[in-house]
Design a protein around this ligand. Structure first.
Ligand code: THU
Length: 130
């Protein structure tokens, strides 16, 4: 399947509007492309009890898994830093590796469209497994 990277970034950027982030004020959107061609979106959702908050990537993956999707191609992540693409945090890297192949594509983007492409195995070469 060809990946429309610009479209995926656009969807993630739009999703940022839904972020619930009154504490950090840092909006993040994620657009997860599934093998069936569908795209599942997620935004960060914070909480007054800070550690309970959840990142955009984990929201997108959790929604997709709970909807019965099992195969994934790529995710675009758009943070709030202008000009600098936002990479996934360490916890999200580990979370995502559970469900994807080593060549799963992570597109790190900024709101103005700057982006870099990485594979999940580049981002987390030594994942924890049980
Ligand atoms: N955040 C994400 O949604 N994804 C990441 O990979 C990095 C951080 C969120 C968590 C928090 O709501 C805000 O960005 C600031 O850390």
């Amino acid at each position: 399947m060809t990946i429309d990277i610009k479209k995926l970034i656009e969807l993630a950027n739009e999703e940022r509007k839904k972020a619930y982030c009154p504490y950090s004020k840092y909006r993040v959107g994620a657009a997860l492309l599934c093998k069936d061609g569908s795209v599942v979106l997620g935004c960060n959702i914070e909480n007054a009890s800070f550690t309970v908050g959840i990142c955009a990537e984990r929201v997108a993956f959790s929604k997709a898994i709970s909807e019965g999707k099992t195969e994934f191609i790529a995710v675009a992540i758009v943070g709030s830093t202008e000009k600098v693409p936002t990479p996934p945090c360490g916890a999200c890297r580990q979370f995502m590796t559970e469900f994807v192949d080593p060549d799963f594509l992570v597109i790190e983007a900024s709101p103005d469209g700057e982006y870099v492409e990485r594979t999940i195995s580049e981002l987390l070469p030594d994942k924890f497994v049980l």
